[in-house]
Write a protein that binds this ligand. Structure first.
Ligand code: DQA
Length: 145
């Protein structure tokens, strides 16, 4: 099976950007950890980052019929993008919403998620480890009805 891990705006700055909130681990290191974990589980895994909303929309559309699950950290587009929500619904690929920080314990504008409307579920607040939790969740999607 095949997994797509998608990272949105400013996540290329991980490790440098507000480390007190997002941690010291860089996206490149998270990518390495994810590919290793997926390999252990026998899953092939693509890992992408873009700052551009429309590129996320296109990547989600293109996942249709190609990937079995998407893990999506949409960054701030989570809280604004109806286009991303629609793309998830259009792609019909089971999508797990992911955030490093606990968005529910932060500013009120982060507590609205358009992604959540279309996602299977959400993992947030566990830092970089959340990516590994999300991979485990994705791997288990077909096991639990
Ligand atoms: C984030 C949370 C968002 O609110 C924020 O805009 C981000 C990162 C997270 O991973 O905690 O860019 O998605």
């Amino acid at each position: 099976s095949s997994l797509l891990i998608l990272n949105g705006p400013n996540l290329n700055m991980l490790g440098v950007r507000q480390p007190e909130i997002y941690g010291a681990t860089r996206l490149q290191d998270i990518k390495t950890l994810c590919i290793a974990r997926a390999k252990e589980l026998g899953i092939s895994c693509a890992f992408e980052q873009t700052n551009i909303e429309g590129e996320l929309v296109t990547m989600i559309q293109d996942a249709r019929g190609v990937h079995d699950a998407i893990i999506l950290n949409a960054g701030a587009y989570t809280h604004t993008s109806i286009a991303l929500m629609d793309a998830i619904l259009a792609s019909e690929v089971p999508t797990i919403e992911l955030h490093l920080s606990n968005i529910h314990a932060r500013e009120s504008f982060r507590q609205t998620s358009y992604v959540a409307t279309a996602a299977i579920g959400q993992i947030c607040g566990f830092g970089a480890k959340g990516y590994l939790l999300a991979i485990d969740a994705a791997a288990g999607l077909s096991e639990i009805p």
